[in-house]
Design a protein around this ligand. Structure first.
Ligand SMILES: [Fe+2]
Ligand SMILES: [Fe+2]
Length: 263
């Protein structure tokens, strides 16, 4: 039995979700809107790569976990993409952004990188998502968000923690090369931080909030002074540089139980 549960979710965002659904904060709302724009294609890339690798995995337990990883990421992609309709209804346009994202992700990363680098990149992305997932559940980061969005991000976070070892183990099943592992996380962070920032600027610009001083104050609070998001993600990221690092070393599986009512 796999310890990873694939849950079939059916989020419905048709109800009127506020324009600033995260605590009435334009900055935090658009930061997580930007992440929502990135997830579906990012997850498609990850699950397709792991799917192609399945037949090469020689460990039956890992193979089963990799299948569950694919099932969970497919659900994340579908459920997050549903919220795109709400963003479109609010007047945001992001087709050009998506074209650029897909070009980099599919034409460059998927088609040009070797399987080792793709898996190293995915393991790196998963280390980043695990940092966010840990904060979302440990610090109840979405306490002030609208309930539906809180549920979406908490369910996703729980599953990210649940499958946190899979991509890393699939990568290690191919190569244990430390340099490739570090290059992978470097590519991953450049990619994720680049596109999250691009999406954030695009959303704030379209919302005519890019030059709003209050938005920048919220950003400084969220990143550096109140939630200290950047410091916490940075500290978590540093763990990856240990030569004997493994995602299971971080004690956070208990956080999944906090939202087990999604099962
Ligand atoms: Fe995911
Ligand atoms: Fe994941």
């Amino acid at each position: 039995m796999s310890r990873i549960t694939v849950r079939q979710m059916n989020f419905d965002f048709t109800e009127a979700i506020g324009r600033y659904w995260y605590g009435n904060s334009p900055f935090k709302t658009h930061f997580f809107n930007s992440i929502t724009l990135l997830f579906p294609d990012g997850e498609q890339f990850m699950l397709r790569t792991v799917k192609r690798q399945l037949k090469e995995i020689d460990n039956p337990q890992l193979k089963q976990e990799a299948s569950a990883f694919i099932g969970q990421e497919a659900q994340h992609a579908v459920q997050h993409e549903k919220f795109w309709n709400n963003l479109r209804q609010q007047g945001y346009k992001f087709d050009t952004y998506l074209r650029f994202l897909r070009f980099i992700l599919f034409n460059v990363c998927e088609n040009q990188l070797s399987i080792k680098f793709k898996l190293a990149m995915i393991a790196g992305v998963e280390h980043f998502t695990n940092a966010i997932a840990d904060l979302v559940l440990r610090e109840e980061l979405f306490a002030e968000a609208e309930p539906k969005m809180k549920e979406l991000f908490e369910w996703h976070s729980a599953e990210e923690i649940e499958h946190k070892t899979v991509a890393y183990d699939v990568f290690q099943n191919v190569t244990k090369n430390y340099i490739i592992r570090l290059l992978g996380i470097f590519i991953a962070y450049t990619f994720v931080l680049g596109f999250v920032s691009l999406g954030l600027v695009m959303m704030l610009y379209q919302d005519k909030k890019l030059l709003n001083i209050k938005v920048w104050q919220e950003m400084i609070q969220f990143f550096f002074t109140k939630e200290k998001f950047v410091f916490k993600v940075f500290l978590h990221s540093l763990e990856y540089f240990r030569t004997n690092f493994h995602p299971s070393q971080k004690d956070n599986l208990f956080l999944v139980k906090k939202v087990m009512h999604f099962s």
